[in-house]
Design a protein around this ligand. Structure first.
Ligand SMILES: [Zn+2]
Length: 669
């Protein structure tokens, strides 16, 4: 549909620049396309069904795919690095020594098992010695410095109304199950998870030498359930204004007398006059429970949560207990090999040190420039789309474009590497973990009352992901995602624009989704919309929420449109922007087939392939409840349903399941 293209793209279409031997352009072939499933019925499966049916989820995995931790080859690369550096001598204090020795300390399961519960005993004794409720808060406060969060969710981050300064935020906390909803749902799968969770905590209490774990766990669970009642749902938490409640410390001290904020802050040496309480109802409930629940019950709660917080570092019986729970929650039937769980621990705790080694070995500097150029092309395409939006006034468009070009781009890895001022001992896994957690806490609070560090990255360079951060107005593409199937420098543009191009478009659109749209170009919560435009934007957003509410997965589970609206807006925008940018390339303008497929076909097939994934049903249930992304099937089929060039490329008609009339095709950006 030509009216979807900015005028200058149409002008370019008349110039046909045929490439010689286009087959040589691409080493990426699309094989395994299912002819049984029509593109218009289910494009995700049209492209992925043969792969989906042939791929096996290993017994120790929750799924298989390209994204994030499901990317097994990526984890193997990290494992290779870790095995290599841990077997060599390195100067004390070097990146290699820290990474290698931390990994080796975690691989030494003989020593870890021999020590068992012993390393955590001093902490459990501290709990035994708590004499009063003030002692409960004092223990919790001290543990926060060791990165063991239980009932207080403390964070340092930009003031959303003044992004040039970091303030203290506290958010709801205190639960063990993945979400408040798990405490209240009564379907058989959730009841099974509640049971497995209780069993898990009971095992931990028993393993630590307690008596009657099963009985004590009821106390813990009951307390959690009461806390969960005050928790906001994930959908409610999308309301940014509602999460912004600055209280003076004096006021807060009066509101929550049992928590005694003045004491907490002085113990932690945090000098602030005010705190942003993201969910005040939680802290009111917590304060009330600190007053009404018996001291013994609180001590039981702290024992269980402390054990839970350290369970991964106390040897096989603890890990086994943790796995038994995870089996029910996520569905894998076998425990992961130690090497793989250690890859994740190193990435979690020393991720930027491991990232340095990863980048050295696996990242091509030239890709940084290539991808940066791609980002610029996507920005231009997005600007053109903004220009021709029929529902937005010129004044809002001007502000939107200003914000679009103010976005900071980060590609590959940080310019300044985070350092870990920690000494790592090859023989002391538990102590290493505690030292790294303390270091992480200090790292987080060091910038309180200062300007946010704009050099900082929120994910490690090796992670297969990308993100937009509204307070920094920045988009970030770690080295981990700059590889097949997202990006391949030997591929044709169709594959790359449908891959990393779609991801870039997605992240750019986050600056303008239900959440990002409330922030200005400087990252402040500040309305830049005219009232009329904002009303139209909200109406369109509502349409998209309702559309995704109508999607189901695993036959009966409904996608939560209001939880996933930000991601769905980004998916819809991302595909459209990437397509427009692709049409500006030479290949985008011609029709020469590669391996039998036209450039446009390859573009759309690349989109379906980057999100291809196969996961266990248990994992999917948890995902739909807790994740702000739609299931992969709908990340592909949902946006394409709204995108007319897709209809034209695959010749969709009213007989196709995912066909929507032009009026029903939702377009925001
Ligand atoms: Zn996203």
């Amino acid at each position: 549909m030509k009216n979807f293209l900015p005028f200058f793209i149409i002008a370019l279409l008349v110039v046909s620049c045929k490439k010689e031997k286009p087959e040589e352009l691409s080493r990426i072939e699309f094989t395994g396309i299912s002819q049984d499933i029509r593109p218009g019925d289910n494009f995700f499966m049209h492209v992925n069904k043969i792969w989906y049916d042939s791929v096996q989820i290993a017994d120790d995995q929750v799924g298989v795919g390209s994204y994030s931790f499901l990317n097994i080859p990526q984890r193997q690369k990290l494992q290779n690095i870790l095995e290599e550096v841990s077997n060599q001598e390195h100067p004390l204090g070097s990146v290699e020594q820290k990474v290698g020795d931390f990994y080796a300390s975690g691989m030494d399961t003989v020593r870890i098992d021999a020590r068992g519960v012993e390393p955590i005993k001093p902490i459990l004794e501290e709990i035994d010695q708590i004499k009063d409720r003030a002692g409960v808060v004092a223990f919790v406060t001290a543990q926060m410095e060791s990165g063991n969060n239980s009932i207080i969710g403390l964070r340092v981050g930009p003031d959303i109304k003044n992004s040039s300064i970091n303030i203290l935020h506290i958010g709801q906390a205190g639960l063990g199950l993945p979400d408040r909803d798990y405490y209240f749902k009564t379907d058989s799968s959730t009841v099974g998870i509640q049971r497995a969770y209780k069993k898990y905590l009971a095992s931990l209490l028993d393993l630590a030498g307690g008596e009657n774990g099963a009985q004590q766990v009821e106390i813990v669970y009951d307390l959690e359930k009461q806390l969960a009642q005050s928790h906001k749902t994930r959908i409610e938490r999308r309301n940014i204004q509602a999460n912004y409640n600055k209280f003076s410390v004096a006021d807060l001290a009066q509101r929550n007398p049992n928590l005694s904020w003045t004491k907490i802050l002085s113990t932690l040496a945090l000098e602030v006059d005010s705190i942003n309480v993201q969910q005040p109802a939680y802290y009111e409930k917590l304060d009330q429970l600190l007053g009404s629940v018996s001291l013994e019950d609180w001590k039981t709660y702290l024992r269980a949560h402390t054990l839970e917080g350290y369970a991964d570092f106390l040897g096989s019986p603890f890990e086994k207990a943790s796995f038994e729970y995870s089996k029910i929650l996520l569905g894998q039937s076998q425990q992961q090999p130690r090497e793989q769980s250690m890859v994740q621990q190193v990435d979690r705790m020393l991720g930027f040190a491991l990232g340095q080694l990863y980048v050295k070995r696996y990242f091509d500097q030239e890709d940084k420039e290539r991808v940066s150029e791609l980002v610029s092309n996507l920005q231009k395409a997005f600007e053109a789309r903004m220009t021709q939006l029929d529902w937005m006034s010129d004044s809002t468009k001007a502000k939107a474009k200003e914000k679009l070009y103010a976005i900071t781009k980060k590609v590959g890895y940080p310019d300044v590497w985070r350092e870990y001022d920690v000494s790592i001992d090859r023989d002391k896994y538990f102590e290493n973990v505690v030292a790294l957690r303390k270091n992480a806490y200090q790292y987080r609070i060091k910038d309180l009352n200062k300007a946010p560090n704009k050099e900082e990255w929120a994910t490690t360079p090796s992670t297969v992901t990308a993100y937009y951060r509204s307070s920094h107005n920045e988009i970030v593409f770690p080295a981990g995602i700059l590889q097949f199937p997202y990006y391949d420098k030997e591929s044709d543009d169709a594959v790359n624009y449908g891959g990393i191009g779609m991801v870039i478009g997605h992240e750019l659109t986050h600056a303008f989704d239900d959440n990002g749209s409330q922030f200005d170009k400087d990252g402040n919560l500040n309305n830049w919309w005219t009232p009329q435009d904002l009303e139209k934007f909200k109406a369109k957003t509502q349409q998209l929420i309702e559309r995704y509410d109508s999607f189901t997965i695993l036959d009966s589970i409904q996608v939560k449109g209001a939880l996933t609206i930000g991601e769905n807006t980004a998916d819809n925008g991302g595909i459209a922007i990437a397509y427009d940018a692709f049409k500006l390339t030479q290949q985008g303008q011609d029709t020469v087939r590669i391996n039998g497929y036209t450039p446009d076909e390859r573009f759309f097939m690349s989109i379906a392939r980057i999100w291809r994934v196969k996961v266990r049903d248990e994992f999917m249930r948890n995902y739909v409840t807790t994740n702000s992304h739609s299931p992969a099937l709908w990340r592909v089929n949902g946006p394409l349903m709204n995108f007319t060039p897709f209809y034209e490329t695959f010749d969709l008609g009213a007989e196709d399941q995912n066909f929507r009339s032009e009026e029903e095709r939702i377009r925001i950006w």
